[in-house]
Write a protein that binds this ligand. Structure first.
Ligand SMILES: C[S@@+](CC[C@H](N)C(=O)[O-])C[C@H]1O[C@@H](n2cnc3c(N)ncnc32)[C@H](O)[C@@H]1O
Length: 288
């Protein structure tokens, strides 16, 4: 397992360029919003005395992994991502914050994971559907099972498109769902939804994971709410960087995409703007 496996192996399935600095900034912001909305870093029901080695799959700039390393200094945290710049940024944070119980590795989660069997007690994967072809989920689940110790926990967290009273945001959500459908990344039979959240429990069950639990999260980012500004910035950058993906998938032209983007930015600034992002965590245990 080399810390500097510096050639990303990904075939570019992620819907935004993973080496883009604006995407990295978006993910730094989004991580804080999501973790807050989830009520903390780890499910409160867990017996933490059993958790020593933690893996974060597709960690982005590493916010979650760094926080786990900080809050739980006795845990050893490993985090992987396809992005060179995000892993570099995270390693810089490790040095700055002297979090020597964590390390970041460039690794493709679509390939067999470069870890021995029974290496981890907790495997986390949050918001990875943006690069996961639907056929690849079972293989990743088997890899999670392989690298978990008996009794170890795997947690998946995925989202549905934002629901709102803005025409343009609603249309953007619809286009994202359609594009993911066309890219083979959605479980919706029609492409009207992303349809990831209904699958999580099944992915775990089919992999042989036991004692499955779930927690649903609602991120309200309507005007005047606490999360409004952060989520405005998140959507502003996400919509912009996601435009090439929507165009590539043939769900919109570049001109229409730009017009819709401008309209969405305006509508999100309306005082009566209302929006909620629903996401779901599901986790369970490798049989002992
Ligand atoms: C939406 S971000 C999620 C970041 C983080 N898990 C979080 O919840 O804050 C998706 C991440 O997947 C990474 N990624 C894309 N393709 C990948 C691949 N094939 N293997 C590993 N990571 C990948 C991207 O670089 C990006 O950091």
């Amino acid at each position: 397992m080399a810390e500097t496996q510096e050639t990303p192996q990904g075939d570019g399935t992620y819907f935004i360029d993973a080496e883009n600095a604006a995407e990295m900034a978006r993910l730094i912001n989004q991580d804080r919003i999501l973790t807050r909305c989830m009520g903390g870093l780890l499910p409160p029901q867990l017996d933490l005395s059993d958790i020593h080695d933690v893996l974060d799959i597709a960690c982005g700039p590493g916010g979650w992994a760094l926080d786990v390393a900080k809050v739980y200094p006795d845990m050893r945290v490993t985090a992987i991502d396809i992005s060179q710049i995000m892993t570099e940024f995270a390693r810089y944070q490790v040095r700055e914050q002297e979090l020597h119980n964590t390390h970041f590795i460039v690794m493709d989660a679509l390939k067999p994971l470069d870890f021995p069997d029974n290496s981890f007690d907790f495997v986390n994967a949050r918001f990875i559907s943006g690069f996961m072809p639907k056929m690849k989920w079972p293989a990743l689940m088997q890899e999670c099972l392989r690298i978990l110790r008996p009794g170890g926990i795997v947690r998946l967290t995925e989202f549905e498109s934002t629901i709102s009273n803005s025409f343009a945001v609603d249309r953007m959500s619809e286009l994202l769902a359609k594009a993911m459908y066309k890219a083979g990344q959605s479980f919706s039979p029609t492409g009207w939804q992303v349809a990831m959240t209904p699958m999580l429990e099944r992915f775990l069950r089919d992999a042989g994971i036991q004692h499955i639990q779930q927690a649903a999260h609602a991120l309200n980012s309507s005007a005047k709410t606490k999360e409004y500004l952060g989520q405005y910035q998140n959507l502003m950058v996400g919509f912009k960087l996601g435009q090439p993906y929507l165009v590539r998938m043939g769900v919109i032209t570049p001109q229409e995409a730009e017009r819709l983007y401008q309209q969405a930015m305006e509508e999100m600034m309306e005082p009566d703007y209302c929006a909620v992002l629903y996401f779901l965590s599901a986790w369970g245990e490798k049989p002992r």
